[in-house]
Design a protein around this ligand. Sequence first.
Ligand code: ZN
Length: 215
Amino acid sequence: MQLKFGMNQFDTSRVFCIGRNYAEHAKEMGAPKPSEPVVFMKPATSLVREGEPLVLPKDQGSVHHEMELVVAIGREGRDLLREQAPDHVAGVTLGIDLTLRDLQAKLKQAGQPWERAKSFEGSAPIGTFIPWPAKFDIQGVEMRCSVNGALRQQGNTRDMLFPVAEIIAFLSRHWRLRSGDLIFTGTPAGVGPLVAGDRITVESLQIGDFSWNVV
Ligand code: ZN
């Protein structure tokens, strides 16, 4: 997918995602606090732009919303130090890491990879990116997720177990980061099911508000 914002234009092929990055969410999932970032990936074909319909998988159990800060990488980087990481960020937005929760539970129990529960078509809606650097602290982003007007999730990126700079440094030790890579940085507590007919909104005073209709 091609992304354009500010002076930037990127071709995105990879979407990295961080699991269990907020203690309260790890707790609601009955999972221990991780000692290093939990990483999985979605293909760029799972991205859905703001306003496009969210088509949920049928007959595969519950689909949960996970509101997340999403970071776009703007510069190649390998083996980065934490201090170098901010220079590699080109933009931020909010996104939703859609998750087939029942299927994920089954896969976890069987000790299998999460791909089918996480990387399905349409599983990664993203808002419009705002260019980075901006005039706010990336670890002070207040965000809310509501469904049909009812508040479901409220969080602040200050509560991340692994802050954005640490995530970027960690990922760059395993992959050469490329311009256009996206990183979903984990969800605060309050995840819950979506059904056809719902309208979901993620919003942040610093970043903006983005909505999708679920079909
Ligand atoms: Zn997530």
